[in-house]
Design a protein around this ligand. Structure first.
Ligand SMILES: Cc1cc2nc3c(=O)[nH]c(=O)nc-3n(C[C@H](O)[C@H](O)[C@H](O)COP(=O)(O)O)c2cc1C
Length: 320
């Protein structure tokens, strides 16, 4: 059993293991967030799908009732005006605020050191901007990952060392990580922790229909595809009749905005309708063998990473 994995990221976030559960739109509610944090990682609550700021406050308080460990709240900027929700997060003294899909600078100013700020970025230039704006740490968004991606199709293997070289704040690797070997590889690339999305959707506590979770277990990497390129906002989702229709519409130069409306995502997440929905998922579906409790995923990853490190130590023979 690995007691803890100490990096600048784990110390900054106040966690035992630098394993962060991504802000999973509609899926990450108090139960998942608290299960990850209680196991020694950092859970997050997603603001997407919550009715208003008071609904977020209730979700934060529910998570607090389930764990005394730190957790975060995730804001995909540019979706809507998050001013009221941000005030609630600051009033409730949430430990970590994650910002993505927009300019984090004005929000970091508003947060003003009252929470640690994690910014999701795709590539070294955006990482430098986030660091310059005052981010405490960044998470890379690799092309293998589930949900929204960078426009450059850059993989985790290449992006992580490039970002590590570009900034001096800690870097979390995200995209394609689902087990202890992935965590160890991320640390080997210079990251100081990981952020994972798809793996935690296939967990007992995720607010997702059983059909969605089982589809992740059953899928191979080629069972995912990238939609929304025509909007300049590529995102990786499970292949379905609906994502095929989106790709066909994009190829024909048609407007796909009505096809990616939130309720179509909710139809899959909440009701388990897989064909006529789009559901975010990364290539790491190929590494997911079963739906597990989120805490067991965190603990197994730490154990597997420790075992992998011991194996590598045995392989490396010093001279002399
Ligand atoms: C279902 C789903 C929803 C997501 N929603 C968000 C979100 O609202 N905000 C965010 O920062 N990232 C979101 N992401 C991206 C994750 O936080 C994470 O960066 C990504 O899943 C990492 O790749 P992986 O799926 O290979 O672990 C989402 C990912 C998935 C799978």
């Amino acid at each position: 059993m690995i007691h803890s994995i100490q990096t600048r990221a784990s110390r900054l976030l106040g966690v035992r293991y630098p394993i962060v559960q991504g802000g999973l739109a509609r899926v990450a509610k108090a139960e998942l967030c608290a299960a990850v944090s209680a196991a020694g990682g950092l859970g997050q609550i997603s603001t997407v799908g919550l009715a208003d700021a008071e609904a977020l406050r209730a979700e934060i308080r529910r998570a607090r009732a389930l764990t005394d460990k730190p957790f975060g709240v995730n804001f995909p900027l540019g979706r809507m005006d998050f001013t009221a929700m941000m005030e609630v997060v600051l009033e409730e003294e949430v430990a970590v605020i994650a910002l993505t899909a927009g300019n984090p600078a004005p929000w970091i100013k508003r947060i003003d050191g009252r929470a640690k700020v994690l910014v999701l970025i795709a590539g070294p230039e955006l990482a430098k901007k986030a660091e310059g704006a005052g981010a405490d740490l960044v998470a890379t968004v690799g092309y293998e990952g589930g949900g929204h991606l960078g426009r450059g199709d850059e993989t985790t293997m290449v992006m992580v060392p490039r970002v590590v070289r570009a900034v001096s704040i800690p870097v979390l690797a995200s995209g394609g990580i689902a087990d202890g070997a992935g965590l160890l590889a991320a640390l080997a690339l210079g990251a100081e922790g990981v952020e994972m999305g798809t793996r935690f959707v296939a967990s007992a506590e995720a607010h997702a229909h059983a059909n969605y979770k089982q589809a992740l277990v059953a899928a191979e990497p080629m069972g995912t595809t990238v939609i929304k390129r025509s909007l300049g906002m590529p995102g990786r989702a499970l292949r379905s009749a609906h994502t095929e229709a989106i790709l066909a519409a994009e190829a024909a130069g048609e407007d796909i905005v009505p096809m990616i409306a939130g309720p179509l995502n909710a139809r899959g997440v909440d009701d388990g309708e897989l064909d006529q929905s789009y559901l975010w998922a990364g290539q790491c579906v190929g590494l997911i063998g079963e739906v597990e409790p989120a805490g067991a995923i965190v603990e197994r990853m730490a154990r597997e990473a420790g075992e992998g490190l011991a194996r590598m130590n045995r392989a490396f023979q010093p001279t002399g």
